[in-house]
Design a protein around this ligand. Sequence first.
Ligand SMILES: [Zn+2]
Length: 187
Amino acid sequence: MRARIFRSQTERDEFLLNLKLTQCPHCKKVGTLNRHGALRGYDENNVRHKSIRARRVFCSNRNQAAGCGRTFSAWIADKVKRLFLSAEQLWTFLNEAAANGNKRKAFKKLNSSMSDSAPYRIWKRLQNAQSSIRTTLSTMCPPSKIDGSQPSNTPAESTLAHLIKAFTGHGLNPIAAFQLTLQAFFI
Ligand SMILES: [Zn+2]
């Protein structure tokens, strides 16, 4: 399923209000898009109730509508797919963990309600995504040299520094800016 990622909830709401004037990202038809419920999940700020993580949109092929029958989801840049944490919290955690090498301790600082294994799972997701993140970033700008590019820098530190370099000045944290600019999920 494709996703559209918006800077803010306001921008997403505006998009949803104008669906009838919007081209389907799959079949390019206009006038066939409809709201189609929400993707719900638990959120760090609302752990007791499932909250809306993304809105679904359906390109209608029902009742003789000319759409393609496919769906896509409308996200906000600060949400991270399949994760409780916001992009801002994830960014804080990754920086702490990369800097001090202690994932558990870095995670504690977030005062998160997630389980003790969460920091390791999240770190694993970063590791799995890292080579594709770096490939993407290198199409935007060359990696930055941290402290004269000392060999002691870990791959994670280099990736985070590269992110900062690529996404400074977007008014968003680098993970949200990545998701918004590239219209792709960070991890
Ligand atoms: Zn369509």
